[in-house]
Write a protein that binds this ligand. Structure first.
Ligand code: PAF
Length: 282
């Protein structure tokens, strides 16, 4: 496995593969890698001739300076895990390398980018699109791998790919959970032991809401989830939206869509740590 920090070095390395018509898989990450990332990398390794993993904490997608400052950075451990997973190339650039000048492009893909995370984290998806489009231009992957944990992010990236006419296949990979149900996230390492104990309640309540939803309306199911999670000391729901899984627009009845997903963001603990998760109703 080779580790590069300069764009030109990654491109030179990939040039050799491309001359032999090898397929390239890209797994974009912000590091602090866990089993969720490892599953994406293993899948890319299985499906492509060469796998590139980018490790870059992208400042333009953080709308909160403290969140950016506190975001875990663990490049050595990340490289050890990536090598074990069979990655070929790690691209870990500096901020100056990725953004030699400020990126003045503005991405907005309504309706998918403006609701939920788009409404609560202004500028977040603009930053995600800035960095992911740059990575796509640098690596020119055939396939790019993203985790379904960030359900809305996948919808926004697909809209961006279609709008920019990029030739990359977006591969959606299932969420990976700890044994107690907590969705794997780099932010979990920031939870104190007490916070880690209550965080699995989020998925527990989401799971319970599936049977509840069979005999209740969308509005009742929404309130059931929000009230149950808020009743746990240390958890506070920022939003819970029951939406069409593709358009991400609210549904008012279960019959309105064939593909209904509940997307939630919860603040956990005193810091607090922002955790996201989702549940598929249909
Ligand atoms: O999902 C993430 O970790 C980030 O949003 C991504 C896609 C790597 C862009 O910085």
């Amino acid at each position: 496995m080779k580790v590069f920090s300069r764009i030109v070095d990654v491109q030179n390395e990939l040039f050799a593969y491309r001359k032999q018509a090898k397929t390239v898989g890209l797994v974009p990450t912000m590091g602090a890698l866990h089993e969720g990332h490892a599953s994406l990398v293993r899948r890319s390794v299985a499906e492509n001739d060469v796998t590139v993993v980018s490790v870059f904490v992208n400042p333009t997608q953080f709308n909160d300076k403290n969140d950016l400052r506190n975001y875990p950075r663990t490049l050595d451990a990340d490289c050890a895990l990536l090598s074990e997973c069979g990655a070929d190339i790690v691209f870990a650039p500096s901020v100056e390398e990725m953004y030699p000048q400020p990126d003045n492009r503005y991405f907005e893909f309504p309706p998918v980018s403006t609701v939920m995370e788009g409404a609560h984290r202004p500028g977040h998806f603009n930053g995600v699109c800035q960095v992911v489009s740059r990575l796509f231009y640098i690596v020119r992957p055939d396939n790019a791998y993203f985790g379904e944990k960030d359900w809305q992010q996948i919808a926004v990236i697909k809209a961006m790919v279609s709008s920019l006419g990029l030739r990359v296949n977006i591969v959606e990979c299932p969420i990976i959970r700890d044994e107690d149900g907590l969705a794997r996230s780099s932010r979990n390492t920031l939870l104190s032991p007490d916070e880690r104990l209550i965080a699995p309640e989020i998925y527990k309540v989401l799971s319970e809401s599936i049977s509840y939803s069979a005999t209740h309306t969308v509005a009742d199911t929404h309130d059931f989830v929000v009230e149950k999670i808020n009743s746990v000391d240390g958890l506070e729901v920022e939003y819970f939206s029951i939406v069409d899984g593709d358009t991400l627009q609210d549904v008012l009845s279960w019959d309105e869509s064939e593909h209904v997903v509940g997307c939630i963001t919860v603040y956990c603990g005193k810091t607090p740590i922002r955790l996201i998760d989702h549940i598929k109703y249909k």
